[in-house]
Ligand binder design. Structure first.
Ligand code: 1HN
Length: 354
């Protein structure tokens, strides 16, 4: 052993011998891995990517003839981020998939500790029932299934319906908090009329003695019509925000926070020819275009730019902490989801406006 400016220095072989000696005792040297464990800034593994709905639509519909919704439990083509194949992840944190329900089908009732959102892409007239209340869904509607609520889906309309599912599967898995139960019948009994929750909680009103029973919003369908109207009214009263255009977040009216405890959601309108200023945030973002077209330019850590062209019904991903801008070729409307809601609760969320 020699002393060198206060440091103890051993040669490489001596260090290796030491690692071999401690290994059987389930001990390992932190200094070999520290910089990887605690990087200087986020290094998302997910890739920026766009699913062109016109290209995948045929395959989603084909899955409708492959097996019944009942057999599949949920008939979904998982949207696997190309840099995270086989992990059932659309971003570094969230799960995403396209679910199809054919006319006359029922996706049987179950509940789980994961929270889910549905964002309707195609078709109209199918329903989700959440804890005894049905809601008929239309394109652009944002529907939530809070953790541990019984839910089933059905389609009494003549057309197939396709929606995007987003779940916090990996967040729940990180804490090993997974539970699932199946209801003995296909449908959980309906006990309240359609529209009950929206009337009680979605009009700036609340039952006089309401006390929250969950961390999620008591509203479980935020209809597109209303969201669109709100963005339009907002646009009449001022200029678009340079980074966001006219952007509104979906909130839980009971506490003013995000509608879901783990997944943040928003809708934005980018006027024709509007380009947003460069923005980056720690949450991994997913988008669904509901109207119009445009492109998103994402700068990778090595400085290369990836261009994601999008139009109505396309789903695209901007991984966390990557600088990006949106360019609207036409009046464009984008739904977005991310893990921001969970990050904020843990004090992790950061953003930079350039
Ligand atoms: C699930 O329960 C649904 O209820 C959709 O529609 C997708 C993906 C993984 C695990 C559970 C649904 C799901 C899911």
């Amino acid at each position: 052993m020699e002393m060198n400016s206060g440091e103890v220095v051993r040669n490489a072989q001596e260090r290796k011998d030491f690692y071999a000696k401690i290994d059987p005792h389930n001990l390992a040297p932190l200094w070999e891995v520290l910089k990887g464990l605690i990087p200087g800034e986020p290094k998302p593994k997910a890739a920026p990517y766009v699913w062109d709905y016109q290209k995948v639509k045929g395959m989603v519909h084909e899955s409708g003839g492959l097996l019944t919704a009942k057999e599949a439990e949920r008939r979904v083509l998982v949207l696997e981020n190309p840099a995270l194949r086989g992990q059932s992840l659309i971003t570094d944190v969230l799960y995403g998939g396209l679910q199809i329900i054919m006319p006359g089908e029922v996706a049987p009732a179950h509940r789980h500790s994961q929270s889910a959102l549905r964002f309707i892409i195609e078709g109209s007239g199918a329903y989700t029932a959440v804890h005894g209340e049905k809601t008929i869904m239309k394109p652009g509607d944002f529907v939530i299934t809070p953790a541990w609520t019984w839910h089933d889906h059905g389609n009494d309309s003549p057309d197939p319906m396709v929606w995007l599912d987003v779940l916090d599967i990996n967040i729940v898995a990180l804490f090993h908090g997974q539970f699932r139960e199946e209801w003995p019948d296909d449908r959980f009994p309906v006990s309240r009329p359609e529209g009950d929750a929206l009337a009680r909680y979605g009009s700036g009103l609340m039952p006089i003695e309401y006390t929250p029973t969950s961390h999620a919003s008591p509203i479980f369908n935020y209809p597109y019509e209303r969201t669109r109207e709100a963005m339009y009214r907002m646009s009449r009263a001022g200029d678009p925000d340079p980074h966001f255009g006219f952007k509104l977040r979906y909130i839980n009216p009971a506490d003013g926070g995000w509608a879901m405890p783990t997944i943040a959601t928003a809708m934005q309108w980018l006027p024709k020819e509007f380009a947003t200023k460069t923005y980056q945030s720690t949450d991994g973002l997913g988008f669904v275009c509901t109207e119009g077209k445009g492109e998103t330019r994402v700068t990778l850590p090595d400085g290369k730019e990836v261009v994601l062209p999008w139009k109505a019904q396309d789903v695209f991903i901007v991984p966390g902490w990557l600088k990006h801008t949106h360019h609207a070729a036409d009046d464009a409307v984008l739904f977005s989801f991310s893990d921001r809601s969970a990050q904020e609760k843990l004090g992790l969320f950061r953003e930079k406006k350039h």
